[in-house]
Design a protein around this ligand. Structure first.
Ligand code: URA
Length: 209
């Protein structure tokens, strides 16, 4: 799908491989997740505009390139997306944080928000949605729906592993939203877990289970 960018950088490939080992400690899973989040943020912001400014340098005036005031909101999807947050904020320290929590309605089977807190001026911001696993893409699509309803026009997703089924659904629902992923895996199992995947990313990040 043209909207999904599988990041082939050797550091990304190496680090996603580290996360696949079983068993893995919470400490290691968390650390490598944050490292990958930094690298994905680097890739996903490669087209941010720059402007020239003149500063006083150590030997007089010097021309430098500066980000031209692009406003960003980072949007971790609870719970696992929180595991990528600090890594992205390391790269974009001035970004504001919006938070979305979704649960599945047992009758409709659709994701429904139980928590949403968006920062202001979303129509002027780039949104970077964080969720380690793009499985069925239900939560991702619902989050994008919410951001679009708030007026956000530039929405990007950062995930560690994507399943082909989720990629297809994301493209059908929101072809304008690009998604950067460290890996595209084989398929979903009967419980909608990604194969080979990482297991339950939230449990591994939070040390539950
Ligand atoms: N969520 C996870 O944590 N892992 C998957 O494989 C799918 C969804």
């Amino acid at each position: 799908m043209p909207n999904v960018i599988a990041v082939r950088h050797p550091l990304v490939q190496h680090k996603i491989g580290l996360l696949r080992e079983h068993p893995i400690s919470t400490k290691k899973f968390r650390e490598v997740t944050q490292e990958l989040a930094r690298l994905l943020a680097y890739e996903a912001t490669a087209d941010f505009p720059l402007e020239t400014a003149t500063l006083t340098g150590w030997c007089g005036p010097v021309e430098v390139q500066q980000l031209s005031g692009r406003k960003v909101t980072v949007v971790p999807i609870l719970r696992a997306g929180v595991g990528m947050l600090d890594g992205v904020l390391d790269m974009i320290p001035s970004a504001k944080v919006s938070v979305v929590g979704l649960s599945r309605n047992h009758e409709t089977l659709q994701p429904e928000p139980y928590f949403e807190r968006f920062v202001g001026h979303l129509s002027e911001r780039t949104a970077l949605i964080l969720d380690p696993m793009l499985a069925t893409a239900g939560s991702m699509i619902a989050t994008i729906d919410m951001l679009k309803r708030q007026g956000c026009q530039d929405i990007r997703a950062l995930v560690l592993v994507a399943a082909p089924e989720g990629i297809q659904r994301l493209y059908e629902a929101h072809p304008d939203v690009r998604c950067w992923t460290a890996a595209i895996d084989s398929h979903l199992d009967e419980n909608a877990y990604i194969v080979p995947g990482l297991g339950d990313a939230g449990d591994k990040i939070f040390g539950t289970k």
